[in-house]
Design a protein around this ligand. Structure first.
Ligand code: FMN
Length: 197
């Protein structure tokens, strides 16, 4: 990939940020398909985990991921909406960190996302006990081949985490000199600046 068009150009770098995040959603092979979502634990200590990036809306500054509403992260984000999402694409040598405030949707607002969810993904939400529950027998909640579950089974556990991004941090690793830029949403527009990498 030629980097000439964005290497020393802040506006073009911001374009790259959104393009790369968008590719994470559209392309299963993108390094940004899976991202790290950090939240604040209920005891005030950090929590971070991998999640699939499911949606990007540049105009609304939104990043969307899906989770089980019974999972600890749901309670954590309900209590403290501040989150950070970190993505790294090793082929592009690009890290993007997005900081913002997350809103949780479980009811009608989550419906379009549930409708678009593949049957394989829905199976996670049918598990009878909450994610993270202790198990004596690790096979106890394995998917069963029969009987066929109703398509909407698990819907009540499905939730959408929608992060409105307020700060973006771009880091591009290049042998001739790394580039790092920060973009802050301020007075209705992105304000960018270069940072020491
Ligand atoms: C590659 C990968 C993708 C994952 N995607 C998701 C996801 O999209 N949503 C999710 O809730 N958990 C996902 N997980 C599981 C989480 O990392 C985590 O183990 C689980 O959600 C429990 O997190 P919590 O205890 O912090 O709530 C994924 C894990 C891996 C390894």
């Amino acid at each position: 990939m030629s980097d000439e068009h964005f290497y020393n150009d802040l506006d073009a770098t911001l374009e790259q940020v959104w393009q790369r995040l968008g590719r994470g959603v559209a392309d299963r092979r993108s390094g940004m398909r899976t991202v790290q979502l950090a939240s604040l634990g209920l005891d005030g200590t950090p929590r971070v985990r991998s999640v699939v990036l499911r949606g990007v809306d540049r105009a609304e500054r939104l990043l969307r991921v899906h989770t089980d509403r019974r999972s600890p992260k749901f309670a954590e984000i309900s209590e403290h909406p501040a989150v950070e999402i970190c993505a790294y694409d090793p082929r592009a040598k690009v890290q993007i960190r997005a900081r913002g405030s997350a809103a949780l949707a479980t009811t009608a607002a989550a419906e379009p996302a549930w409708a678009a969810t593949q049957p394989g993904s829905r199976a996670c939400y049918r598990v009878s006990a909450p994610p993270g529950s202790p198990l004596v027998d690790p096979t106890a909640v394995d998917p069963q081949p029969t009987p066929q579950a109703p398509a909407d089974a698990g819907r009540e556990h499905f939730s959408v985490v929608l992060t409105t991004v307020a700060r973006l941090d771009w880091l591009y690793l290049a042998a001739r000199g790394h580039r790092r830029a920060r973009f802050d949403w301020h007075e209705g527009r992105w304000q960018g600046r270069w940072l020491v990498p």
